[in-house]
Design a protein around this ligand. Structure first.
Ligand SMILES: Nc1nc2c(ncn2[C@@H]2O[C@H](COP(=O)(O)OP(=O)(O)OP(=O)(O)O)[C@@H](O)[C@H]2O)c(=O)[nH]1
Ligand SMILES: [Mg+2]
Length: 433
């Protein structure tokens, strides 16, 4: 069970509660503890958090007009945000960045992701291979750099990091952001530290990041401390947040160590890098809509299929609706998209149902005339419904279903800016409540 699922399960227990009594809060806390501990959050932190919740929930009077569930969810949200740290916003300016970390933590992949991150923001980027330990390190980074479309420098078989750095800086002198990838080892050792210090002295980085695999959970705290005192770090990049059940443990431990989480890696692809924002992270875990990320994703997908930006919701017609459906299918798996909408625990059948619904609607809209696509009122005519159903090989009920959804979408789009209303209405739209 992942952390989000556990937390939402705990919160679901409060659904029917009309008052917060000691028993309710204890049962809730037990679930909360189980979820956090199974995600490898340090025991002391877990106990402190649930203790705080118990105290506050039993002492404070419930404000008017708010349910126990809303009240406690909000408290858990605030406490988890504290536990998981802050947000990070890097300065978008020329700089040198050094990445370090133990073997296999994701340094080389992240070097490429970061280079792309800055290049996408208008700063030409280049990477230097200072991994002199692993045989294929040169080729791997070269290929990553090529994919990212950024500059690359390395010396195949080279063993002198000082030489690599000075030649690399010369070669990449036209690049605004330069990122240096370094060797990994199975643990912190004297050789690694010496090598890092040598790179550090000639590369003179503005930022040093420790790359950590989320799988190591609370050990991340110790690692951040060790690298911090041996070489000095400006922050931590936690990778493999997509596959690890221990991400919560890693994030909270890094925060506890006093280091900052700067980015998180959420997949193997170059685009799978996110600026860390504990509010967003916790919000997603608790099933709160992440409208900002959703809108960014929608815009990105819309751009990729050439959808015209809609300025007035009344302009929405079937052509646009069709384009939007196409864009939606480019936004990635329905499950992730629903997660951002705050609907993380939608049953599997419904997710699949949603996916096949898109296909049905595509075929129905494909059978409409141009006039019908522009004017939804025409499609309300029973003769036309019959004809469109026949032409698309669908039922008349399917066509009427599309009309309903189209109209609901029109209403919802108008409400998109208001989180709560959006969530409520989206749930209605998707027939989930
Ligand atoms: N799912 C997932 N996989 C990742 C992520 N980041 C890296 N990986 C994968 O993890 C593996 C190791 O990544 P590398 O970038 O080679 O790690 P490294 O730290 O450079 O490894 P060494 O150079 O051997 O120390 C690769 O298979 C990557 O594709 C991530 O955020 N999510
Ligand atoms: Mg590497």
């Amino acid at each position: 069970m992942d952390l989000g699922e556990g937390l939402r399960k705990a919160i679901a227990k409060l659904s029917g509660a009309t008052i917060i009594d000691a028993r309710t809060i204890r049962e809730f806390n037990k679930e909360l503890q189980r979820a956090l501990i199974s995600s490898d959050v340090e025991l002391n932190l877990v106990m402190a958090l649930t203790g705080k919740i118990e105290n506050a929930a039993l002492k404070e009077k419930l404000p008017d007009g708010i349910s126990p569930k809303e009240y406690i969810t909000n408290m858990v949200y605030e406490e988890l945000v504290n536990l998981m740290g802050k947000d990070y916003s890097p300065e978008i300016k020329p700089k040198r960045i050094l990445l370090m970390g133990i073997y296999g933590s994701g340094k080389t992949t992240t070097t490429g992701k970061l280079a792309k991150f800055y290049q996408d923001r208008g700063l030409g980027a280049g990477v230097i291979c200072c991994d002199i330990s692993r045989p294929a390190a040169y080729e791997q980074l070269e290929s990553v750099a090529k994919q990212a479309g950024v500059g690359f420098y390395g010396i195949k078989g080279g063993k002198d990091v000082k030489e690599i750095v000075s030649k690399g800086l010369e070669e990449l002198k036209n690049k605004k952001v330069i990122i240096c990838d370094s060797s990994g080892r199975s643990g912190m050792d004297a050789e690694m530290i010496t090598e890092l210090k040598e790179i550090d002295a000639s590369f003179r980085p503005d930022e040093r990041f420790l790359v950590i695999n989320a799988d190591i959970g609370q050990v991340a705290g110790r690692q951040a401390r060790e690298f911090g005192s041996a070489v000095g770090i400006n922050g931590v990049i936690v990778t493999k947040m997509d596959g690890s059940g221990r991400g919560g443990g890693a994030l909270s431990a890094v925060n506890e160590s006093g280091a900052k989480v700067a980015f998180i890696g959420t997949g193997e692809k170059l685009a799978d890098l996110e600026l860390y924002d504990s509010k967003k992270f916790v919000g997603r875990l608790l099933g709160m809509p992440d409208i900002e990320s959703l809108i960014a994703k929608v815009n990105e997908a819309a751009k990729s299929v050439g959808v015209k930006e809609m300025t007035d919701i009344n302009e929405l017609n079937f052509d646009m609706f069709y384009q939007q459906l196409k864009a939606m299918s480019k936004m990635g798996p329905m499950k992730n998209v629903l997660g951002m909408m705050g609907l993380a625990d939608v049953p599997k059948e419904m997710v699949e149902g949603g996916e096949s619904k898109l296909k049905i609607y595509e075929s129905i809209i494909g059978s409409m005339t141009k006039a019908e696509r522009n004017d939804e009122k025409l499609v309300r005519n029973p003769d036309r419904i019959r004809r469109i159903a026949k032409g698309s090989g669908r039922t008349e009920k399917d066509v009427r279903g599309l009309l309903n959804d189209f109209n609901r979408m029109k209403k919802i789009a108008g409400l998109m800016k208001n989180d709560r209303a959006f969530k409520k209405n989206f749930s209605k739209f998707a027939g989930m409540k």
